[in-house]
Design a protein around this ligand. Structure first.
Ligand code: ADP
Ligand code: MG
Length: 640
């Protein structure tokens, strides 16, 4: 062919500087664009000649010496005409809308939309100061073509030398972007974007045979170590004998297979590999939808590691096996971000702008569908495998509670499958709890936020056959409030910590004990507590072995707990509590009989601290005093 010189399009003059500037933070994406084009070219070939396409692959070569990064595929290739329309004119056709979108998003970082406008290939100019396309079309009698450009604006087209079908894109990497000549950097990018692409991708480093070059190319320790290992391998096997090269990707990731063809071990392995996890997931959901949209994926429920705050999920979004982004909140409902998984929406554009995500009905439908699937799986398990569901509950409840609070539809679906674990280790739904305890404790669920510390108060209920729920995770503070206000507005049902209400702690059957000197006892406790205005009541508690309790107002305590969770201690309110002396306790009876002296004050102080202790940890100096006093009491007991 006659050499041609030209300019891509007038608009390209405006576009190239924008591409360079705009995608600055996301430069490595050019690798995805070029590799996915190669992949597309092979897919096209498969459609016209499946036999020829059977063993097609993509080769990425890092050539430090020449400062080149080369991408070769044996797909359909392009004729000169196709280069003209597909390469030279795409920028032209996409330019207008691209510029418009750019103007809207100028301030937003990473609002990448390049591929969406057919400018995917041009992203190579972010990193290359010269780009060459060598291509030969699969068509009979096609001539090889070479296209070259230094800036993406002016180009030349000449007769090429390629003899094999396919395309090689050669990027001469500019000085400033030398990182893309590092094998490990390129590998990292390929693994990020291309791990599931449908065509095998091979990565090789072109090194000159000189000893020096091999050592020079290793920069960090990992690189050097790996190089050495390869070198040793070669020594052992003698000559130049090379291992069978392995593609960097998995062309048939598990989620693309039919669920009935996947074993439990397959799922676990996939999880470990993709998320670099050592611990198995609890269970998973395999999504496989063809209509009304194409959606495939696997969502894993990880084991809970610490408290709620410690969960960090990761949902990777793919489009036709090409990685798009992590954790796109428009596609994956926010609460599902606590899970780990891969989602592939085949019709999803590779590059999407925020405004596209926010306004697109398609995106919302995907998101709703995913939520529904997750809820279906959970409610299904609850109905048919209740024991299994209960077994998972300690790990999944923060996630479910968070979802219920965040997403109305999810809440609607899950409302009958929320469990409350009791101190005895049984799991009850709200309805079951009401059924079992409603008679003794109407309109109320009692719970503990710390079963060890609140043991005395817990026993005041359990000994009367009342179930006490364990709600001891950070999220439970919000969750109980949510449960109260989200339910039927007429309902008087309340959640109440074991030490929050005096009425629940006394029972009708308990008889008040004989006459006590109430004034004396109240004065004594006030003196011991160092608070003149302390409200002290004397009441028969359900268990006679508990002499004293602090009753703390539920609402004030919740408010303060929330303040603590959000780290806003300056907003806490003064704790509001009353002291209850158990009129059935022999200790209290003895204190009442005794003339006030050193020892009764000693006992009163000890009693008050014990009551404080079951509410919260003692302050440092209070603790010191408590220990000192305990020793004194031990000594007194020893003298008896
Ligand atoms: P898109 O992939 O969205 O069409 P690109 O800018 O990435 O946009 O590519 C433009 C066009 O160039 C492609 O549609 C394709 O026709 C052609 N092309 C790019 N790379 C190759 C390749 N390796 N083999 C064959 N054709 C290619
Ligand atoms: Mg493309």
């Amino acid at each position: 062919m006659e050499p041609i010189q030209g300019s891509v399009s007038i608009d390209a003059q405006n576009i190239m500087p924008i591409i360079k500037k705009w995608l600055y933070s996301d430069k490595d994406i050019f690798i995805r664009e070029v590799v996915s084009n190669g992949c597309d070219a092979i897919t096209k070939l498969r459609m016209v000649d499946s036999a020829a396409a059977a063993n097609c692959s993509i080769h990425v070569e890092v050539d430090k010496a020449k400062k080149e990064l080369r991408f070769t595929d044996d797909g359909v290739g392009m004729t000169a005409d196709e280069v003209r329309t597909n390469i030279n004119q795409v920028a032209f056709s996409g330019a207008k809308s691209f510029l418009e979108e750019y103007a809207k998003n100028e301030d937003q970082e990473n609002a990448g939309i390049i591929g969406h406008f057919g400018l995917g290939f041009y992203s190579v100019f972010m990193v290359a100061d010269k780009v060459t396309i060598d291509t030969l079309s699969f068509r009979e009698g096609a001539e090889p073509v070479r296209w070259e450009s230094e800036d993406g604006m002016a180009f030349t087209m000449t007769q090429g030398e390629r003899t094999q079908r396919g395309t090689t894109i050669t990027l001469r990497i500019s000085e400033a972007e030398a990182e893309f000549l590092d094998l490990w950097r390129v590998r990292e990018v390929l693994e990020r974007y291309c791990s599931f692409m449908a065509v095998p991708i091979y990565l090789t480093e072109i090194t000159e045979k000189k000893e020096d070059d091999v050592t020079v190319s290793g920069e960090d320790e990992g690189t050097a170590g790996e190089k050495k290992a390869e070198g040793e391998g070669a020594d052992e096997t003698g000559e130049e004998k090379k291992e069978e090269p392995k593609p960097i990707n998995d062309t048939q990731p598990l989620y693309t297979r039919a669920p009935q063809d996947c074993t439990e071990e397959d799922y676990k392995q996939f999880y470990r590999r993709v998320f670099h996890e050592y611990e198995d997931p609890l269970f998973w959901i395999h999504l496989n939808v063809d209509y009304p949209f194409k959606l495939k994926g696997i969502l894993y429920f990880p084991k809970l590691k610490e408290q709620f705050g410690g969960i960090e999920g990761q949902i990777k979004l793919y489009s036709g096996q090409v990685f798009v982004a992590d954790n796109i909140k428009e596609v994956i409902p926010e609460f599902l971000m606590l899970l780990k998984g891969v989602i592939d929406c085949a019709d999803f554009p590779l590059n999407v702008s925020r405004s596209f995500l926010q306004n697109d009905g398609y995106v919302r439908r995907i998101s709703n569908h995913i939520t529904k699937k997750v809820a279906d799986r959970l409610t299904g398990m609850f109905k048919t495998e209740r024991k299994t569901y209960e077994g998972f509950w300690p790990d999944i409840h923060p996630f479910i509670k968070y979802g219920v609070m965040r997403d109305e539809k999810f809440a609607e679906r899950m409302k009958d499958c929320l469990l409350f674990k009791t101190t005895e280790g049984t799991y009850l739904t709200l309805e079951e709890y009401k059924e079992r305890n409603g008679e003794k404790l109407p309109d109320k669920m009692v719970y503990t936020s710390d079963a060890a510390r609140q043991d005395a108060a817990i026993r005041l209920f359990t000994e009367r056959g009342i179930d006490v729920a364990v709600l001891d995770q950070a999220i439970d503070v919000n969750f109980v409030s949510y449960m109260e206000y989200s339910g039927d507005p007429q309902s008087k049902f309340r959640f109440c910590r074991v030490d929050a209400e005096l009425d629940s702690l006394t029972s009708k059957e308990e008889q008040d004990a004989p006459q006590l000197d109430k004034d004396k006892l109240i004065a004594l406790i006030r003196e011991a507590a160092g608070k003149d205005d302390l409200n002290v009541e004397i009441k028969p508690l359900a268990n006679e072995s508990v002499p004293i309790m602090l009753i703390e107002d539920e609402q004030t305590r919740r408010f303060n707990d929330m303040g603590r969770i959000y780290g806003r201690n300056e907003f806490t309110m003064p704790a509001k509590y009353d002291v209850v002396l158990n009129s059935r306790s022999s200790t209290i009876a003895k204190l009442s009989e005794r003339e006030k002296d050193e020892r009764s004050l000693l006992l009163a102080r000890q009693l008050f601290d014990l009551a404080e202790l079951s509410r919260q940890p003692l302050e440092a100096d209070q603790m010191t005093e408590f220990i000192r006093r305990s020793m004194e009491i031990v000594d007194l007991a020893a003298q008896m």
